[in-house]
Design a protein around this ligand. Structure first.
Ligand code: ARG
Length: 290
């Protein structure tokens, strides 16, 4: 698909790149504690429904040609379905998470072991608290990093040192948007969509400077976690509840692919939260065959 970019006049081509994801089935998903404003332990959760919605999401990735690796879910860790929080994978380096709340702490080791066992690169840990791709989003060569609710500022420096990438700190100020991936979605190596009200004044100015062509989400888009999306550069897998954002994406040359993840929204997560991108440059066989 070729579009004309109005500002520059050069043709703008949206291209899909095949991706590799890790996902954890919500076999043990429920809301038995509340660590973000979306979680309400008095609202019943239908685990079978969550599983069937999750299967639809997985099938959407596979039908787009992407590879999905499965992480084993563990009993007693209902939030493990939010695989994005398990770590950050950049090239042949993985940083496994160190969770903010004791309820999720055990997930850090499980994800670290999974990365190591499956050859997804050298696994690093941080001293500072950080929740993987919940707060670290890769945009081209840079990493945007959220802080304010979960990931500590000090972990941004650690991730910069481990990955060798520029890490750009963004301050989150709205409790409902407690992870960066709830307020900002990466569309391709240079394009993002975000919800300005979730960020401090300073961070808003920074985002505006860095991404003057960003798509700006409305309250209604953000309130259904519309920005918690996964893009391959062309196809954007997202909630079916954000029609305004869907139109913005479509008009910008992307192809929205919508799914219903309403049951998993009860835990405060959406499409992106359930999806960890693995960016290892080597192939699986490099690791498995000596
Ligand atoms: N209940 C989980 C928590 O509060 C939801 C995590 C959502 N994940 C994400 N990447 N935003 O930790």
């Amino acid at each position: 698909m070729t579009l004309t970019s109005p500002g520059i006049g050069a043709p703008l081509v949206r291209e899909a790149r095949l991706r590799t994801y890790a996902m954890t089935p919500p076999v043990h998903f429920t809301v038995s504690y509340a660590i973000n404003p979306w979680m309400d332990t008095s609202v019943p959760v239908d685990t079978d429904r969550a599983l069937s919605q999750w299967h639809t999401l997985r099938a959407a990735y596979e039908s787009l040609g992407h590879t999905v690796h499965l992480v084993d879910p563990a009993p007693g860790l209902p939030d493990m379905v939010y695989a994005a929080n398990g770590g950050l994978s950049v090239g042949d380096t993985v940083v496994a998470a160190s969770f903010a709340f004791p309820e999720r702490a055990a997930e850090g080791d499980l994800y670290a072991e999974w990365f190591a066992r499956n050859g997804f690169g050298t696994v690093h840990r941080t001293t500072g608290i950080q929740e993987g791709e919940g707060d670290f989003l890769v945009v081209g060569d840079r990493i945007l990093a959220g802080t304010g609710f979960r990931t500590q500022r000090s972990a941004h420096d650690e991730v910069a040192a481990i990955t060798g990438r520029a890490v750009i700190t963004l301050d989150l100020v709205e409790p409902r948007f407690y992870h960066l991936d709830t307020a900002l979605g990466v569309l391709d190596d240079a394009t993002i969509a975000y919800y300005p009200a979730a960020f401090s004044e300073r961070s808003r100015r920074l985002l505006d400077d860095l991404f003057p062509d960003a798509l700006i989400a409305t309250d209604a888009d953000a309130e259904v976690l519309g920005l918690n999306l996964v893009s391959d550069g062309l196809n954007v897998v997202m909630t079916d509840r954000a029609p305004h954002l869907e139109t913005l994406l479509h008009d910008a040359g992307f192809r929205p692919v919508t799914v219903d993840l309403s049951e998993l929204l009860k835990g405060g997560g959406g499409v992106k939260c359930c999806t960890l991108e693995l960016r290892r440059t080597r192939t699986m066989s490099d690791t498995l065959i000596p």
